[in-house]
Every structure is written in structure tokens, then in C-alpha cells.
Write a protein that binds this ligand. Structure first.
Ligand code: NAD
Ligand code: FE2
Length: 384
């Protein structure tokens, strides 16, 4: 096995077969009775089979425990149920295994283990989240980067909106990036989750806060995705492409410490109100969001274009943006991500509610240019 180890910011073991290190890493991190948190869709996959084999199928219910009740776009009840499974089985740590939904619930369940019955609506009033049970995060999609993130995105009961629960204590203690675990991800989900990672890199790079380290990571993430996503989409067993997508997704999440932008504010309500997959929602809004930003801040996508491999350095400002946006529109179309919202069941009469949530979403507050309610209306209509 040829594994790499790095800490940026989380200790990460990367490589084909990296899952094999899991048993030896649990005890030193304090996981003697871990709870595996995942979703039911994963139970029949090769990825979960590998995990069970690695932990020892005969040891399930004795040395490790399973909670598979996470739903896509998870809600508070998922977190409560996972925390209850943790307590009932006297677990001491979490192995969060799956896409962003399972990782977010696994990370957040530890909050309710520490403060039973806690009301997430008061999350930011709580001064002390220290001492959470340890978590090892193992992604099986290459998109959200939640494995290296400090947040869990959970739809709250009180508001029916996606809330970002952000706290450094939510960070996993160890991340395992094993490309083998993503080979069974179907092409549609490969494309949609990859588009989420791409959107993270583009929005964090163009977010105006000063953070040159994140900017560099975002640009390299874009380069990797442009090269690897079509390959992973065309051939799921291309392990090099799968590996590049896994690191690029983690890089996107490191980069968005800087924050995100208008596209994520358009996407979040599409998930909470229309049940759309998060990556798909971003993909369908990305081009419109980029055109909106470029029209108000010409030149912002020149370096994104260069990261895509385009020769736009010497182009006039608006031409550099247009060339980059046209390239990415075509890139998404080749991945089948050029459908319209109405093809996914979104109705014109839902736009009012979508706009109301998008305006309140925090992501666009750090967009490269301000976004008004009227702008959100126009953008939703453009992609409807
Ligand atoms: N915490 C963060 O920083 C952050 C960032 C972006 C998005 N998110 C959140 O993450 C969630 C989306 O996560 P996602 O895009 O990874 O999708 P997901 O976790 O909802 O998974 C989508 C589907 O893929 C299936 N799946 C996962 N891995 C598979 C595999 N290897 N083989 C076959 N099927 C597999 C799952 O069973 C599920 O049905 C959303 O709730 C979004 O808001 C969180
Ligand atoms: Fe995202």
C-alpha cells in the first residue's frame, strides 16, 4: 500500500486501501466502542461491506455498533436518533461513514451526547462544546468535504431551514480518504457531488475575504476536479480519478473556511423546501450565479479559468469571464448537469418561499457582490 499522511487541518490518511488503518487508529483516539453512523442506502454497497469486514462483522453489537437511520438532507430527528443509539450502546466515539449527510449527523450527534435534549436553535448561545466524543470521518462521496469541516448542515425543526452548526470542536480527529470506497457511487451522484466540490472551490476563491492560503487550495481543487471528474463519471473504477476527486472535495471544504456565496444560498432552499440533492442544486445554479457575479465584478473568474486550463490570462476582462463560464457550462452539460429546476419538480409557485429562505441564508453575505431579494427572484426564474 502506498499511503500518504498529512494534517491540513485534520490528520488524513489517503490512498487506495487506506480503510485498513481504521482498527489500529481507533483505540489511540479513544474509540473502544465506536458507533458507525451511516445511511441505509449505503448498507448494500461494497463500501459498507468493506467497512464491516475491516471492523469484523462478528464484532458488531459487541465492539462496534451501527446506526443507519440518516436521511439525505438530514433533519434534527436523525441527530437525536443517532445520539440515542450512541447512549443506549454505551459508545465512546463515532465513525461517521458515508456522504455529507451521514458525516454531518455523525459529527453533530456528539453534541446531543454531551447536552441531552439540547435545542439546536440555541446552538450559538452555548459557550462550551469542549470534550465532545471523538470522531473518525470516512467519506464515500467526493463532494461536501464535511470530513475536514467544522460544521454540520442540519435542517432544523423550528425553521425547516438548513442551519450550519459551526464549531471547531466538530472537527473529526482523523480522516480516511480511500478511493476504493467511492467506486460504487453511481455516475449521477458522482457528477452531482463533484459539482458541489467545484462550487465550493469557485465560491470560496471569489469570496472577498483575505485568505491567500485558501485561495491557492481552491484553485488547485478546481484544476483537479476539471481533470478528474469527467473520468470518475465515465469510469467509476478509475481509482486515480476517484482519489483526485476525494482530495479535491476535502480541499474545497478547507477553502470554504473563507466562506461561500450566492450559489449556495440558492441551493440550500432547493434542498430544504424541494428535497433536491445539495450537489445537484448547486450544479443547476452555478452558471447563473457566476454570470450574475461577473456582470457586477468583471474579471473575477480569470484565475478560475486559468485553473480550468484555459489560456485567458491576456484576454480582456469580460472575455476572460465569459470564456470561463462557457467552459464550465459545457463541462456541467457533459456530466448531465444542465437540466432545469422544473425537470426536478420545482414549481413556479414555490419561488416566493425559495427567495424568502435564500435571503436569510448566510452564504450570500460573503458573496463577491451583494445579492437582493429581487436578484434571487431573477436567478431562480433563470434556472427554473
Ligand atoms: N458539513 C459541510 O461542510 C457540508 C458541506 C456541503 C454539503 N453538506 C451537506 O451534505 C449533504 C449532502 O451530502 P452528499 O452530497 O455527500 O450526499 P448524501 O450524503 O446525501 O448521499 C447521497 C446518496 O448517495 C448514497 N451514497 C453515498 N456514498 C455512496 C457510495 N459509495 N456508493 C453508493 N451510494 C452512495 C447515499 O446512500 C445517499 O443515498 C447535504 O445535507 C448538504 O447540505 C455539508
Ligand atoms: Fe456545498
Amino acid at each position: 500500500m502506498n499511503l500518504s499522511t498529512f494534517s491540513f487541518p485534520t490528520p488524513t490518511v489517503f490512498g487506495v486501501g487506506a480503510l485498513a488503518v481504521l482498527p489500529s487508529r481507533c483505540k489511540p483516539l479513544g474509540l473502544r466502542r465506536p458507533l458507525v453512523v451511516t445511511d441505509s442506502g449505503l448498507l448494500g454497497t461494497g463500501a459498507f461491506h468493506s467497512l464491516a469486514q475491516t471492523l469484523g462483522p462478528e464484532a458488531q453489537g459487541k465492539d462496534w455498533f451501527l446506526f443507519s437511520g440518516v436521511h439525505p438532507n438530514p433533519i434534527e430527528q436523525d441527530v437525536r436518533d443517532a445520539a440515542q443509539a450512541f447512549v443506549q450502546n454505551q459508545c465512546d466515539g463515532v465513525i461517521a461513514f458515508g456522504g455529507g449527510s451521514a458525516l454531518d449527523v455523525g459529527k453533530a450527534a456528539r453534541l446531543l451526547v454531551k447536552r441531552s435534549g439540547f435545542d439546536f436553535a440555541k446552538f450559538y448561545d452555548e459557550p462550551d462544546w469542549s470534550g465532545l466524543a471523538p470522531c473518525i470521518a470516512i467519506p464515500t462521496t467526493a463532494g461536501t468535504g464535511s470530513e475536514v469541516g467544522r460544521s454540520s448542515v442540519i435542517t432544523l425543526d423550528a425553521t425547516h431551514r438548513k442551519a450550519v452548526l459551526f464549531h471547531p470542536e466538530l472537527l473529526a480527529k482523523l480522516v480516511i480518504l480511500d478511493p476504493q470506497l467511492t467506486v460504487g457511487l453511481p455516475p449521477k451522484l458522482t457528477a452531482a457531488t463533484g459539482a458541489d466540490a467545484l462550487t465550493h472551490c469557485i465560491e470560496s476563491f471569489t469570496c472577498p475575504q483575505f485568505h491567500p492560503m485558501c485561495d491557492g487550495i481552491a484553485l488547485e481543487g478546481i484544476r483537479l476536479i476539471v481533470e478528474a471528474l469527467p473520468r470518475a463519471h465515465a469510469r467509476g473504477d478509475d481509482l486515480e480519478a476517484r482519489g483526485h476527486m476525494l482530495v479535491a472535495a476535502a480541499m474545497g471544504a478547507v477553502a470554504f473556511q473563507k466562506d461561500l456565496g450566492v450559489v449556495h444560498s440558492l441551493a440550500h432552499p432547493l434542498s430544504s423546501l424541494c428535497g433536491m440533492h445539495h450537489g445537484l442544486a448547486n450544479a443547476l445554479c452555478l452558471v447563473a450565479g457566476m454570470k450574475f457575479c461577473a456582470a457586477r465584478k468583471p474579471g473575477i473568474y480569470r484565475r478560475v479559468g486559468t485553473a480550468c486550463g484555459l489560456e485567458v490570462q491576456k484576454f480582456p476582462t469580460s472575455e476572460a469571464d465569459q470564456t470561463t463560464i462557457a467552459f464550465l457550462a459545457d463541462f456541467l452539460a457533459r456530466l448531465g448537469l444542465n437540466t432545469r429546476l422544473r425537470e426536478h419538480g420545482v414549481k413556479p409557485e414555490q419561488i416566493e418561499a425559495l427567495v424568502a429562505q435564500a435571503v436569510d441564508d448566510p452564504c450570500h453575505k460573503t458573496n463577491v457582490v451583494p445579492v437582493t431579494a429581487e436578484d434571487f427572484w431573477k436567478l431562480y426564474l433563470e434556472v427554473l
